[in-house]
Ligand binder design. Structure first.
Ligand code: SF4
Length: 254
């Protein structure tokens, strides 16, 4: 499903949110509960704000639960790469039933067959950056087309490229405000929220997959291993490319 694209004046949006303002707001919200950050975000940007939920990670599910309790009409999207695990679609359907949401799935402009014809079979095994560009980054841009802000589940404890994530920052890749309400939370805090609030989560987490993406690029990891070490095994790649702007470290890694 593709959302109708309305013109957002990106330059005007940036002028309204200069770096000093973003940093001031981000500092004010630093250490505040994620629910307060979400409430601020909805007040500031509704209806031009959307929540990214991959139905693959615990952060997205915790955020979804929090967001729906604050704003039942929250707009939710996910990237349907056509290579998602069956368990991911099952969780999406469970979330639809439980929360009454209507998540919008954004797909690549190329079917998997067209991609194979154009770039060869199993592109992820040869050029995962291009595959992610085609199946994640470009669709993510379309998901942002009519938005002024998006909410993501990034946490600083998720690795080097995420350790400087701000609560509120400018997304220079997609040219809008990005809000990371869980930036200061740890994985343990998120699990605690999930358990206490009985939030549904991807059942693959119980089978050795702490971080989930597409099935060709995600492997189970040993207990205690880095949570993202099962992603793109054999490549230096650690990010799909949609979160490579914002923090200085992320900019360097992009
Ligand atoms: S995670 Fe793998 S299969 Fe999915 S878009 Fe990226 S390279 Fe392609």
């Amino acid at each position: 499903m593709t959302k109708a694209i309305s013109a957002i004046d990106r330059e005007a949006l940036r002028r309204a949110w200069p770096q000093e303002r973003l940093e001031r707001v981000s500092q004010d919200l630093e250490g505040r509960p994620p629910q307060e950050v979400l409430a601020w975000a909805f007040k500031e940007f509704s209806p031009r704000i959307t929540l990214a939920c991959s139905f693959g990670g615990i952060s997205g599910m915790a955020l979804l639960d929090m967001a729906v309790k604050i704003n039942p009409a929250v707009r939710v999207f996910y990237l349907d790469t056509d290579y998602l695990f069956p368990e991911t679609y099952q969780l999406r359907d469970e979330a639809i039933r439980r929360y009454g949401i209507r998540p919008e799935g954004f797909k690549s402009l190329l079917t998997t067959k067209e991609q194979a014809q154009k770039h060869g079979e199993a592109l992820w095994g040869r050029d995962p950056d291009l595959c992610c560009q085609l199946r994640k980054v470009e669709p993510n841009g379309r998901a942002m087309a009519s938005e002024e802000a998006w909410i993501a589940g990034l946490r600083r404890d998720q690795g080097e490229t995420r350790k400087s994530v701000g609560i509120v920052e400018w997304d220079s890749q997609f040219q809008l405000v990005k809000i990371n309400p869980l930036a200061t939370w740890t994985e343990a805090q998120v699990w605690d929220y999930i358990i206490k609030n009985q939030v549904p989560y991807n059942t693959l987490h119980d089978r050795g997959y702490p971080s989930l993406g597409c099935y060709p690029c995600t492997k189970a990891v040993a207990p205690g291993a880095d949570s993202r070490s099962g992603r793109w095994v054999g490549f230096e790649k650690t990010e799909c490319g949609i979160h490579t702007s914002g923090s200085p470290e992320a900019e360097k890694a992009s």
